[in-house]
Design a protein around this ligand. Structure first.
Ligand code: NAP
Length: 266
């Protein structure tokens, strides 16, 4: 049996578990199962891998996307530059072989862990079709694990951006200092905070919504609910809106592609 799963904490509900279980059934993918593994501390990962020798791939979610890096033998360049991993391929390639290929930091186990960031792919592919040439300035709301993928994509597309946070960080704007002119000039606004996510659907990022125009594109990484108050408020101002559902499915499929690359299974 090939096992796949999700690590994170807490894991009360999981899109990925339902997505992959449905996929395995629909596409008649044999001998495969997907489970959730709620681990509070990333230091529990080696024991988890030992206890589940059939694991071929893992998704990684809050709060481990950054702390997992030190457990990996190899990190794909985009994930490395983002500094966050949300997808791990567990390969049985012998560490010795891999060490000879020159790309491995051997960590004393008989498999190797390869890290990827499929949020980058999912965000880029779902954003690009909506971009107009005037979307050249952006605001990224929040600066956690998902924002790292967002920033990486904006960099690669040559879109200037400012990050908006509630606590001061060098170079960031604070929500409380955000003025209408910041919003007016940044025609692309991405919500990478959990504000407005189920069950807290009455919440929304505190930005001057009155400065949003029909030239704006508001992208919310949240997919549940379908239309957050952030998106609702943007739509009321005439903005184009997009939720995180397509990103989510794109990143999941990319993960599957990575896990099932020929010759990579144990
Ligand atoms: P994270 O690592 O916990 O980061 C959350 C960010 O939001 C942090 O910068 C945090 O700031 C900020 N934040 C939290 N509560 C806030 C508040 N009340 N006011 C202002 N800022 C606040 O989470 P993440 O992994 O980046 O995920 C962020 C969101 O993206 C979640 O809703 C998640 O479901 C969604 N997401 C969607 C996809 C997709 O495929 N669609 C993929 C990944 C994530 P502090 O540091 O100050 O706490």
């Amino acid at each position: 049996m090939k096992q796949y799963g999700l690590i994170g904490y807490p894991l009360s509900h999981s899109f990925s578990q339902k997505y992959f279980s449905d996929k395995f059934e629909r596409e008649l993918i044999p001998e495969s199962e997907y489970h959730i593994y709620p681990i509070e501390h990333i230091s529990e990962l080696p024991a988890l891998l030992k206890a589940h020798p059939g694991l071929c791939g893992l998704n990684v979610t809050v709060p481990h996307k950054i702390s997992v890096l030190k457990y990996l033998d190899w990190i794909e360049p985009d994930a490395k530059s983002a500094g966050a991993v949300n997808c791990i391929r567990i390969s049985s390639e012998s560490p010795v072989e891999a060490a000879f290929s020159g790309e491995l930091g051997v960590k004393g186990h008989d498999f190797r862990l390869e890290g990827f960031n499929t949020d980058i792919y999912g965000f880029e592919m779902s954003l690009k079709p909506l971009l107009k040439d005037y979307h050249d300035q952006a605001l990224v709301l929040g600066d956690g694990g998902a924002a790292r993928a967002v920033k990486c994509v904006l960099d690669s597309l040559g879109i200037n951006f400012k990050v908006v946070t509630r606590k001061p960080h060098e170079g960031n704007l604070l929500f409380k200092d955000l003025k209408p002119y910041h919003v007016k000039h940044a025609t692309l606004i991405i919500n990478a905070t959990p504000l407005g996510m189920v069950p807290n659907v009455k919440e929304y990022p505190p930005i001057p919504y009155e400065a949003i125009t029909d030239k704006h594109l508001l992208y919310d990484l949240i997919y549940n609910p379908e239309k957050t108050l952030f998106l609702e408020k943007g739509e009321a101002q005439g903005a184009v809106i997009k939720n995180g559902y397509e990103m989510l499915t794109l990143q999941a499929e990319k993960g599957w592609e990575i896990w099932t690359l020929k010759g990579m299974h144990p």
